[in-house]
Design a protein around this ligand. Structure first.
Ligand code: PAD
Ligand code: ZN
Ligand code: ZN
Length: 376
């Protein structure tokens, strides 16, 4: 029996407040309105950004259904949707691409005006939600919400992918991989033969390492306080790894020592801490170095730093979704993965049934997982 046009009751992991476990409850998912798409989620990864909601460092509206790195299949479409049809395999886009706004039209831009990144409202474009629990509104997260059996996306926030792509393997393309790989290739434009330092070797940081390697960097220094991350970082392209806890001096001085006082050509902060953002900046060459902020710092945080860090010529920039155009680039990356141009398997450390979402977050907190993928 078709579910199109009807409310679907399904399981979802709802967070009622920060610092509490998810509760798996039966929610109601309204049918898609015009230009919206209802998607059945097949697999979803747990990202550091989801954990920022759990820890309370990211300001969002509660109750909320987090999750934004996933693969699903279109269940039904609203009026006027032409980009996908029921049965299509898709990746939800946490960063939309409407194709019409100024950043979308600018070849260097990707922060579509329809984004829910800058001020996270957790609502559809019309200011309502398609999720409810016992009549109470439940918010979505960055245009996606994938910790649920069914979600509703605006057509700007969904892209069709190769139907043969294995869901639990390609879901990191929905966030971690695109963010990290793009940060190296598109945002930093890492050059062949250059040196790089990657602060934080989680799913996103390891994807930066892969991007630096693909761009031809000759030296890639991996930095993490959890040395268990080092073997995989080396397998994926890090030429050496250092643990800041092993040194008495600040990590940026360690990086300078490792590079004859010059610093690296490119550094990346992929943790989400203000102190490591400054350390990453100070680790790159004082004249022509570029430092890219990928990590999401706590909502209320601010940075104080000496302007001399920039005065000498450094470039300091941020990168959202790796600077990529989500709707255009995600299907291309899936095709490249299918053509074996890069690997994703090493990023997926655990696959768990959706019901074990709290165990998945525990693995992340204990530093044991890279990407834990939840399957339905
Ligand atoms: P993760 O928690 O898997 O990885 C973070 C890593 O940082 C872990 O390996 C930690 O051990 C390490 N770490 C923690 N503290 C320190 C420290 N003081 N010094 C060195 N290493 C440390 O997270 P992730 O890889 O999923 O995400 C990383 C960040 O990227 C996080 O802040 C997330 O919100 C952000 C992100 N940004 C975008 C974007 O578009 N800019 C997209 C996705 C994720
Ligand atoms: Zn993410
Ligand atoms: Zn746009």
């Amino acid at each position: 029996m078709s579910t199109a046009g009807k409310v679907i009751k399904c399981k979802a992991a709802v967070l009622w407040e920060p610092k509490k476990p998810f509760s798996i409850v039966e929610i109601e998912v309204a049918p898609p309105k015009a230009h919206e798409v209802r998607v059945k989620i097949l697999a979803t990864g747990i990202c550091g950004s989801d954990d920022h909601i759990v820890s309370g460092s990211l300001k969002v509206n509660f109750p909320i259904i987090p999750g934004h790195e996933a693969v699903g299949v279109v269940e039904s479409i609203g009026e006027g949707v032409t980009c996908v049809k029921p049965g299509d395999k898709v990746i939800p886009l946490c960063l939309p691409q409407c194709g019409k706004c100024i950043p979308c039209k600018n070849p260097e831009g990707n922060l579509c005006k329809k984004n829910d990144f800058v001020e996270i409202k957790g609502l559809m474009y019309d200011g309502t939600s398609r999720f409810s629990y016992k009549g109470k509104l439940v918010h979505s997260f960055i245009s996606s919400s994938t910790f649920t059996e069914y979600t509703v996306l605006h057509e700007d926030s969904v892209t069709k992918i190769d139907p043969a792509a294995p869901p639990e393997k390609v879901c990191p393309i929905g966030c971690a991989f695109s963010t990290g790989y793009g940060a190296a290739i598109k945002s930093a434009k890492v050059k062949p033969g250059s040196s790089c330092a990657v602060f934080g070797l989680g799913g996103v940081g390891l994807s930066v390492v892969m991007g630096c390697k693909a761009a031809g960097a000759s030296r890639i220094i991996g930095i993490d306080i959890n040395k268990d991350k080092f073997p995989l970082a080396k397998e994926l392209g890090a030429t050496e790894c250092v643990n800041p806890l092993d040194f008495k001096k600040p990590i940026n001085e360690v990086v300078l020592d490792m590079t004859d006082g010059e610093g690296v050509d490119y550094s990346f902060e992929v943790i989400g801490r203000t102190d490591t953002m400054i350390a990453a900046l100070a680790s790159c060459n004082l004249n022509y170095g570029t430092s890219v902020v990928v990590g999401v710092a706590p909502s209320a945080s601010e940075i104080t730093f000496s302007p001399s860090l920039l005065f000498t010529g450094r470039t300091w920039k941020g990168s959202v979704f790796g600077g990529l155009k989500s709707k255009d680039d995600v299907p291309k990356l899936v095709s490249e993965f299918m053509a074996k141009k890069f690997v994703l398997d090493p990023l997926i450390s655990h696959v768990l049934p959706f019901d074990q979402i709290n165990e998945g977050f525990e693995l992340l907190h204990k530093g044991k997982s890279i990407r834990c993928v939840l399957v339905f």
